[in-house]
Design a protein around this ligand. Structure first.
Ligand code: C2E
Ligand code: CA
Ligand code: CA
Length: 512
């Protein structure tokens, strides 16, 4: 291991060190002269010369000792600063934060006054950092820190405890209103897009909270619990937050199991694709099939994509899995009727991969699928991560002839301005609106608005999660062109020669 070099050693320290060693050399020189010239040096008696040498020796030794200890002190300060403060942001680093949490925990034990440990994480920061490059990633972290500082009182303890993870110690008595109000405001501030040197970057944040002394005193346990709450919040969607609950430990154990098992499952070939038909409401014909990933575990049976896609995204496993899905769907398309397309879900993480377009083009070449038979389903959040890059990729996909559907439309962003910048071909109305259409007039209004919007933009609309005939009729009346849902067909494995794949499945009552 190389010696720690202290770049901040002061000039004074350097001069004193050089002077003391110089004086040491001078004394040695005089001593040498005394030996060479005998007892009398320059007319001084041997005793006098001896006394001068002894005095100079003592002086050099004490200066050297003083400068040594000053150097030790400076080095200790240096090492302390290196390990206690984060270089990029100047915030406290994780080790220092652990110390501060321990102090806060023992103070709450004495006073009984609660202190909250708030854990804030930029979702998928690692993937963002890889996609936008490290200098942009650093700029993002600095801008994020500046916003965090601006949103908090200056005497609140704040640290950076992971690449995109921050922790705050917030005493209950400093809350001006409620904890909810504080966190909602933090999330709102932190999720506004960040102007970086190269582009405007959007991020999602998730927040986990533990309360001391209620949730414990041990800083390591407290950090683990706040992180469990955070992961729970992340699973709940964009800009979520959660307060720690004891049962979150079990959820985390399951997540851990999924993480450790995903790789093996992929290698072992546990994955398969099921296909769900999409119908044109005016003709009642099946026009396409959405490929939906299925994991059949040899011991635990079916595991839902809702349980493993997010884990695959966090661990990076989504890249090989997503590529496999795309390739398999393009190969399977040969067994689908010629006039049907195959719709493939693309994770935001996959979409952000540097070579996303290259992968799509390679798979198209390998499988020979016609571009018009491929549709990619992308969520709004995938497009919003880096708008300029997303706009460019969408344009390139359109130029190749691949169509793009905006999945889960209406659940992500309220700002519709981005729609103008992006080339896409379909809006996919989220299941949550369809399921409430029959009972909630607001949902009906949202559906009509989305249909109107898509007409204005010159794109098609498809509604997902259609479970009843009544929903289908309402959707048709609202002007929606395509439908998908259990009412028309559940996701099913592809079986060669299956008549369900070729026959129109919409009942006549809906078509006419
Ligand atoms: P999604 O893209 O919104 O897919 C639609 C989900 O709704 C599917 O759930 C489908 O089985 C379900 N569904 C379809 N019709 C109905 C209905 O009438 N009623 C109800 N209640 N549900 C219906 P699934 O297959 O469990 O997939 C869940 C999510 O996992 C998908 O939501 C998608 O986001 C993700 N996913 C699935 N396959 C893939 C994949 O290959 N790649 C990626 N990145 N994500 C995938
Ligand atoms: Ca989808
Ligand atoms: Ca959806």
């Amino acid at each position: 291991m190389p010696a720690v070099r202290n770049p901040s050693r002061s000039p004074l320290f350097r001069i004193v060190t050089i002077a003391s060693s110089g004086m040491g050399s001078f004394v040695l020189g005089v001593w040498g002269l005394k030996f060479a010239l005998g007892d009398s040096v320059g007319g001084l008696s041997s005793d006098t010369v001896g006394a001068i040498i002894a005095a100079l020796c003592a002086l050099a030794a004490s200066i050297a000792a003083a400068s040594f200890f000053a150097g030790v002190d400076e080095s200790a300060d240096y090492v302390f600063n290196e390990t206690h403060y984060d270089k990029l942001t100047g915030l406290m680093a994780r080790t220092a934060m652990v110390g501060k949490i321990a102090e806060a925990a023992s103070a709450t034990a004495r006073t009984g006054r609660p202190v909250f440990l708030i854990d804030i994480d930029i979702d998928r920061f690692k993937q963002i950092n890889d996609a936008i490059g490290y200098s942009n990633g650093d700029a993002l972290i600095r801008a994020f820190t500046a916003r965090l500082k601006a949103a908090l009182p200056s005497d609140v303890v704040l640290g950076r405890i992971g690449a995109g993870e921050f922790a705050i110690l917030y005493p209950d008595q400093m809350l001006s209103s409620s904890l909810e109000a504080l966190i909602d405001r933090l999330i709102h501030d932190l999720m506004r897009p960040y102007p970086l040197p190269s582009h405007l970057q959007s991020v999602n944040v998730s927040v986990g909270v533990v309360a001391m002394p209620k949730d414990g005193y041990d800083p390591v346990v407290l950090l683990r619990r706040s992180n469990l709450a955070l992961q729970n919040a992340r699973a709940s969607g964009i800009g979520g937050w959660a307060v720690f609950q004891p049962e979150m430990g079990r959820v985390a154990d399951h997540r851990q199991w999924v993480e450790s098992e995903l790789h093996i499952a992929f290698e072992r070939g546990d994955f398969d694709l099921h296909y769900q038909p999409q119908l044109d409401l005016s003709s009642g014909r099946v026009v396409g099939y959405e490929a939906l990933l299925r994991w059949r575990h040899p011991e635990r049976g079916m595991i839902s994509p809702a349980e493993f896609i997010s884990v695959a995204e966090e661990t990076g496993m989504i890249a090989p899995i997503g590529e496999w899905v795309l390739r398999k769907a393009c190969i399977d398309a040969r067994q689908l009727p010629d006039d049907c397309f195959v719709a493939v879900n693309i994770s935001p993480v996959q979409f952000m991969t540097r070579d996303f377009l290259g992968i799509v083009e390679r798979i198209m070449k390998e499988t020979g699928i016609e571009p018009k038979r491929l549709e990619l389903e992308l969520t709004e959040s995938a497009m919003m991560q880096d708008r300029d890059r997303a706009a460019l990729i969408l344009k390139q996909l359109t130029a190749i002839g691949i169509s793009v559907a905006v999945d889960d439309f209406g659940t992500g962003y309220s700002n519709l301005a981005y729609l103008i910048d992006f080339s896409f071909h379909k809006l996919k109305i989220d299941r949550s609106f369809v399921s409430r259409m029959e009972t909630d007039s607001n949902s009906g209004a949202v559906v009509s608005t989305i249909v109107g919007l898509s007409r204005a933009l010159g794109v098609r609309t498809i509604a997902e999660g259609v479970e009843t005939e009544h929903q289908a009729t309402l959707l048709k009346a609202a002007g929606c062109q395509e439908v998908q849902g259990y009412f028309f067909g559940r996701p099913a494995p592809l079986e060669i020669g299956d008549p369900a794949l070729t026959q129109p499945t919409a009942p006549a009552s809906i078509i006419h």
